[in-house]
Design a binder for this molecule. Structure first.
Ligand code: ADP
Ligand code: MG
Length: 189
């Protein structure tokens, strides 16, 4: 069981009043980790600052506390690790690494354009985990735009097919939580 948690965000610390449209009962259900037993994936989709990473890390924390092997990464970091592994002749080891955890959180898909090789690595990670283990993905791009994100509509379709087959899709919306303080300050002046 291992995890590298980027922030201490927890599901309990999530402010539902600031996140209109987020189903509290659904998050509570996900917090029980039952979805991990059915290898269900979770897609968190929405614009920046709407709490996607907070919820993803909250799910990772819940999984770690429940004793599930968990690993948190970003799409860019996963791609970089796979690239390095390919160069160094460690591809199979790298794939085994990403197949291992019961929960793999892949953050920030869509912020950086992925080269074809990265899209292929991501697809292979998704494919080998399919129906065996869960993935939580955060992205600022709707699934309709994944062809563009991955630079290949066929790879995107094949990846989404597997990801969505058993999945919970959460759409987040509203104003950026990061800009709340900023707005509060400017409005009080
Ligand atoms: P995103 O990944 O959607 O860009 P984050 O989850 O990183 O956004 O949120 C940005 C910051 O705002 C983080 O510090 C996060 O903890 C906080 N935050 C966002 N939404 C909420 C919320 N509904 N309740 C509490 N904190 C939130
Ligand atoms: Mg994020």
């Amino acid at each position: 069981r291992f995890a590298c948690l980027p922030t201490p965000a927890t599901l309990d610390g999530f402010d539902y009043d600031a996140a209109p449209g987020v189903d509290r009962a659904l998050i509570r259900e996900l917090g029980t980790c039952a979805y991990l037993e059915s290898s269900t994936n979770v897609l968190l989709i929405g614009p920046p600052g709407t709490g996607k990473t907070h919820l993803a890390v909250g799910l990772a924390n819940a999984a770690v506390h429940a004793g599930y092997r968990t690993y948190v990464t970003t799409a860019a970091d996963l791609a970089a690790r796979c690239h390095k592994a390919a160069i160094e002749g460690r591809w199979a080891t790298c794939m085994r690494f990403f197949a291992g955890p019961t929960l793999l959180v892949i953050g920030e898909l869509g912020y950086l354009p992925l080269p074809a090789e990265a899209a292929s690595a991501l697809f292979q990670v998704v494919a080998q985990r399919y129906l065996k283990t869960s993935i939580v993905i955060t992205t600022n791009r709707s699934v309709a735009e994944w062809g563009e994100v991955l630079g290949d509509t066929t790879v995107a379709a094949a990846m989404l097919d597997r990801l969505l087959h058993r999945s919970v899709v959460l759409k987040l919306d509203g104003d950026s939580y990061r800009l709340r303080d900023h707005h509060a300050r400017t409005h009080s002046q």
